[in-house]
Design a protein around this ligand. Structure first.
Ligand code: B12
Ligand code: SF4
Length: 594
């Protein structure tokens, strides 16, 4: 499936002239053309509504845009992952030709984007050699020294808050000066010498307000019942889940000594929550307070009150401990549809403890759920994980069975368990990543380059960067799918799922489970020529399945109904929808005339 577009179509797109383009890459750049790379159903672990291109960009993209605009710069965002999903006939080079910018900044926040980011940087360098390329985000910070040495990268701006350093960098570049004075910057001179300006910019107050009143235009056909928004009022973490690249220890490894949680200032938090009231369609907003677990009880009650007055349709608070009653009451009072998300990781407390959780037993959790629901909490979501130390197949089966018990005990009430495999990566910089064998892990990649290569393996298990002493890579992927299927069956029995949805979900999972060992076996052949031939024989099957994954709508475990891609807060298309739709019509006309 090669999607070459005749470049005269592109004349329908206007030229875009900016001082900085913030660009979000698809996780794998050439996803449309590759018959040798399979993206299985639910391969993103199924926790958030995305395709395997991982379309979310860091929230900081939007606050960087607004703060740099305030400083007088023209800054725009392009989510290339979404653009190519909605308009798959577009080609990169003609798109780049419509862009006039001296600087392109890409997020390598999530490691899973490593292939997409580097491939895109390489292609931009080839097509627009005059344009400087900058990386930022958590993974870019961790791998900065390796990344800046690559010929396609000019700058890496490290840190959890880059608003001020980026403003300085733009000022310096516009004045034609060397960026020696920009803190947190790693950069290359014209002669290719790498210079490190040090990482001194670690502000005590993190981030700027997100402006929710500004949302990307929703393309036609987008019938989303809810608009997801996020309320993240801190970064880093007070806790230490050992698999997590944002944990207390990992945050310090990445950013150096200092505190491990950094909070937004009260003024910026207020400004952000106020903007929710001005959001178009805000009454349909589903607001996730993701790092709410790092707030003090007073902070959390304050956040609940503020969210309540902003009036979204529903609010979801993520909690590490079992929330105490006074806070539960404030949360329930904030919104009639307040949901709490817990992540015990495993029903087996020993497995949970080894992962850095296990702070309550399942009996304590169940008693708490009863109280929480009685106090007016609308829903409790409970996430379990696959890929933890000491967790074997029997232990995962035990977790699935426990989910069944939970569903039975709370039948008719909104208590929803989920099981999610940790794939494809164990987070770089996490405690398990740093000392794998001590915790029963084996790593298949450590450097950014090794991760980039992994992302190009045909089989999802071979794309994973770890296995455990108890579960192989293939086991982790297979068990994840089996658990989602088993859980769906249980939810159907509890009246939470329509039968038609269950049949469709289970049909797709059954097909994926059947194809999984076939692709894995072919991709694991040791002889490269034999591997290539074996994969070539599977190309049609791979392309056909990938097409459904990318162009059949986006789904996740919580909302397994496929929805059209677009209209989400991060679906920034850069060009006006009217121009893109006009191009679609031209393209369809041209296809019909053949
Ligand atoms: C909130 C959160 C989310 C939110 C998304 C939030 C968002 N869009 O920003 C949701 C729930 C959707 C999410 C999803 C995922 N997440 Co997450 N997430 C977090 C969490 C809890 C906080 C992140 C945070 O504080 N960000 C705020 C700050 C740091 O970033 P920011 O303000 O947005 O951006 C600033 C800087 O990062 C930097 N910057 C970022 N990009 C760029 C680019 C340029 C050019 C420049 C100059 C600067 C720059 O400057 C910005 C402004 O100051 C962390 C854990 C933790 N405690 O850190 C995990 C974490 C980041 N997530 C992680 C993972 C693995 C995922 C998923 C891949 C999980 C999955 N499903 O498989 C998905 C990916 C989704 C996608 N891309 O489509 C890992 C990443 C590990 C790694 N190194 O790869 C982390 C560390 C821990 C974890 N396992 O949850 N996540
Ligand atoms: S997974 Fe654990 S350590 Fe990581 S952000 Fe969440 S609570 Fe913190």
């Amino acid at each position: 499936m090669t999607l070459q577009v005749d470049t005269h179509f592109m004349s329908a797109l206007s030229s875009i002239k900016v001082d900085l383009l913030l660009l979000h890459a698809p996780a794998v750049f050439d996803f449309r053309e590759r018959g040798d790379l399979w993206f299985p159903f639910l391969s993103t672990a199924g926790d958030v509504p995305i395709t395997p291109l991982y379309e979310y960009f860091p929230m900081g993209f939007r606050s960087l845009r607004s703060s740099l605009r305030e400083a007088g710069h023209e800054v725009r965002i392009l989510n290339l992952a979404t653009l190519l999903l909605r308009y798959p006939f577009l080609d990169l080079d003609p798109l780049l030709d419509r862009l006039e910018t001296p600087l392109i900044g890409m997020d390598l926040h999530w490691m899973v984007h490593v292939q997409g980011v580097l491939e895109l940087a390489r292609r931009i360098r080839r097509r627009k050699p005059e344009c400087r390329i900058l990386l930022g985000g958590i993974s870019a910070t961790w791998y900065a020294e390796e990344l800046v040495r690559r010929p396609e990268i000019d700058f890496v701006l490290r840190g959890y808050d880059t608003h001020e350093p980026l403003r300085l960098l733009m000022e310096v570049l516009q004045a034609g000066r060397r960026p020696d004075e920009v803190p947190n910057l790693l950069w290359k001179t014209g002669e290719g010498q790498v210079l490190d300006n040090g990482m001194s910019h670690k502000p005590a107050a993190w981030g700027r307000a997100m402006d929710w009143s500004e949302m990307p235009a929703a393309p036609p056909g987008d019938g989303l019942p809810f608009r997801e928004v996020l309320s993240i009022q801190n970064t880093g973490c007070a806790y230490d889940c050992h698999w997590c690249g944002g944990s207390r220890s990992a945050f310090r490894r990445i950013h150096g000594e200092g505190g491990s949680v950094v909070y937004k200032s009260a003024a910026e938090t207020r400004r952000e929550l106020e903007s929710l009231k001005r959001m178009r369609g805000g009454e349909h907003a589903l607001c996730y307070a993701i790092s709410a677990y790092n707030e003090s009880p007073e902070g959390l009650r304050e956040q609940a009150r503020a969210l309540g007055s902003a009036g979204p349709a529903a609010v979801n608070f993520e909690q590490f401990h079992l929330t105490p009653e006074p806070t539960l009451k404030a949360m329930a009072a904030a919104n009639p549809r307040t949901c709490i998300t817990l992540s015990p990781e495993s029903h087996d407390r020993e497995v949970a403890r080894r992962a850095g959780r296990g702070v309550y037993s399942m009996e304590e959790m169940e008693a708490w759920i009863t109280r929480a629901l009685d106090l007016g909490i609308h829903q409790v979501d409970i996430w379990f994980f696959i890929g933890m130390p000491g967790q074997d197949e029997a232990s995962v089966a035990g977790t699935l069975a426990y989910c069944g018990q939970l569903l039975q005990r709370f039948e008719g009430r909104r208590v929803l368990p989920y099981i999610c495999p940790m794939q494809p990566f164990l987070d770089p910089a996490s405690t398990f990543f740093m000392a794998p064998s001590a915790h029963g892990y084996r790593l298949f990649a450590r450097t950014a380059e090794e991760h980039r290569r992994l992302m190009l393996r045909a089989s999802l298990p071979n794309r994973m960067n770890y296995e455990t002493h108890w579960l192989s890579r293939l086991d982790i992927v297979r068990l994840g799918l089996e658990c989602v299927s088993g859980l769906a069956q249980m939810k159907r029995a509890a009246g939470l799922f329509p039968g038609s949805l269950l049949r469709r979900l289970q049909g797709r999972i059954a097909d994926t489970l059947e194809f999984l060992p076939v692709v894995h076996e072919a991709d694991s052949l040791p002889d490269p020529a034999e591997r290539k031939a074996a994969l070539a024989s599977l190309e049609r099957g791979i392309l056909q399945r990938n097409r459904e994954i990318f162009f059949g709508g986006v789904a996740n475990q919580a909302f397994p109904l496929a929805r059209e891609v677009g209209g989400r807060w991060f679906d920034e298309l850069l060009w006006p929808v009217s121009e893109l739709e006009a191009m679609r019509l031209q393209e369809e006309d041209s296809a019909n005339s053949f």
